[in-house]
Ligand binder design. Structure first.
Ligand SMILES: Nc1ncnc2c1ncn2[C@@H]1O[C@H](COP(=O)(O)OP(=O)(O)OP(=O)(O)O)[C@@H](O)[C@H]1O
Ligand SMILES: [Mg+2]
Length: 449
């Protein structure tokens, strides 16, 4: 059996590290996996000792098991000669220590790592008071603590307690679908199914049989009986997403179902009773669609019994930061070993200042992009595509302004590409370090991450 770090563990036993923390030794990668899943380790050591020891490939999956753990590598000096191994250390570890172990120094490194890990947890801990939760985590699984979201959650709680139809409004990407699923999951119909119809995505020719199902041979190509989405909602919830896109003739059929609570499959004369709660969502203003004649008023009144409007992201204050952290942790779990660990102060300013026309979905996309593309430990506004806009090219722009704007962009991107190393950037741009420093000052380019 592979005994990873047995000797190191023996050395640590009885040292300062042993007095102050609970040490666990995993003798194999499998055991490490079990320990990490069970225990809430603040810091962890990985020993890379040839021959037959742990390899980077074996190690990397452990990173995603416990995002909040700070890892320290113990390595043989010879391993540092490999560029690939050095890159791996930088990518995956908080710190490293060369073998043989110096217990005093290692205890200090471990102490720092634990301090950092617990500080990180105290900052990212959810301040939510736990209302509406079954365990840890935000109310009904919907992140956000701003006044707008608190008011929303209060309404949501009442909606969940009732069995009446709900109409969910809100701009694109605000979380309407998430809310519909939260209603189902927390309601008295949770044990029943949720049948989802995306009214905008089904071709007009198929929508009838999608909703109502059909009997075998009801039409050419109907080789088997098919249960429709409405029948599939029996005992649970029918979620009609993007209801504003439902064609007018289908609106009439749906209204009949809601009035009579029965359906007939296409090609059948038999009527079947169905029992479901209806939840509809739309990003268009249905009242206006009614005025314009593209949505039936009687159907609108049937659906619009309880209303929820999911607030736009720009109305949620600092929830944007909490959400950005959540999506960063999720993305890192999918890309263990990527470099970014958090957001720079400038990135936080940019997240607060942005208008978020695409709401939460836009935030997710920007964070994912930054994790994949970011080359620094901290994500900057540029990685999020939220660089402070330079003055747009207008007719009144002077040549000096245009030159400064161009130089600022070029310098900022070169510095970024060179990891903020001034000498390296100066060499690449063909100027002296002194000139580069002068330009950085003149053009006000931050070097802070
Ligand atoms: N408060 C939240 N906490 C966690 N994830 C969220 C939150 N709000 C939205 N999301 C996530 O954001 C993404 C977009 O949400 P969703 O698809 O529910 O929005 P939508 O309003 O239905 O958008 P569209 O109008 O484009 O259909 C999803 O991945 C969802 O899980
Ligand atoms: Mg949606």
């Amino acid at each position: 059996m592979l005994d990873i770090g047995g000797e190191v563990f023996a050395t640590l036993r009885g040292s300062r590290a042993d007095e102050r923390m609970l040490l666990r030794h995993a003798r194999s990668v499998d055991e490490a996996r079990r320990v990490l899943r069970r225990a809430d380790a603040l810091a962890a050591l990985a020993v890379f000792q040839a021959p037959g020891g742990l390899s980077p490939v074996e190690f990397e999956p452990l990173l995603s098991l416990s995002q909040a753990t700070e890892w320290i590598a113990l390595v043989e000096p010879a391993a540092l000669e490999s560029r690939e191994f050095r890159a791996f250390l930088l990518r995956a570890f908080h710190d490293y220590h060369t073998l043989p172990v110096d217990p005093q120094r290692l205890a200090v490194i471990l102490g720092h790592a634990r301090g950092l890990a617990s500080m990180r947890r105290s900052v990212s801990a959810d301040p939510d008071d736990g209302d509406g939760q079954t365990g840890e985590g935000p109310a009904f699984g919907i992140c956000g603590n701003s006044p707008a979201m608190r008011a929303f959650t209060q309404r949501l709680r009442k909606v969940i307690d009732s069995d009446a139809p709900v109409l969910i409004g809100g701009q694109t990407g605000t979380g309407k679908e998430l809310v519909a699923h939260a209603i189902h999951r927390n309601s008295r119909r949770a044990a029943g199914p949720i049948s989802v119809v995306n009214c905008g995505a089904i071709p007009a020719t198929l929508i009838q049989s999608e909703l109502f199902g059909h009997e075998k041979s009801a039409f050419t190509g109907a080789t088997q009986r098919k249960i429709g989405r409405i029948e599939a909602a029996n005992g649970g919830v029918l979620f009609l997403d993007e209801i504003g896109d439902l064609p007018l003739d289908m609106q009439a059929s749906l209204l009949r179902v809601l009035q009579e609570r029965t359906i007939s499959r296409v090609g059948s004369t038999q009527t079947l009773p169905v029992d479901f709660r209806v939840i509809a969502a739309t990003h268009v203003d249905l009242a206006q669609a009614v005025r314009q004649g593209s949505f039936r008023e009687d159907l609108f009144f049937r659906l619009n019994v309880l209303q929820l409007v999911v607030p736009a992201l720009r109305e949620r204050g600092d929830d944007v930061l909490e959400l950005a952290d959540l999506f960063l942790r999720r993305t890192l779990a999918q890309h263990p070993g990527s470099r970014p660990r958090g957001f720079s102060a400038r990135a936080i300013d940019a997240l607060r200042a942005h208008d978020w026309p695409g709401n939460v979905r836009e935030l997710i996309n920007r964070v994912q992009g930054a994790v994949v593309m970011g080359e620094n430990r901290l994500i900057g506004p540029e990685d999020l595509g939220l660089a402070v806009a330079t003055a747009p090219l207008r007719e009144s722009l002077t040549l000096d302004d245009a030159r400064a704007s161009f130089e600022r962009n070029l310098l900022a991107s070169s510095l970024r590409a060179n990891g903020n190393k001034v000498s390296q950037t100066a060499r690449q741009l063909g100027v002296s370090r002194v000139t580069l420093y002068r330009l950085i000052n003149k053009l006000n380019i931050p070097l802070d991450h």
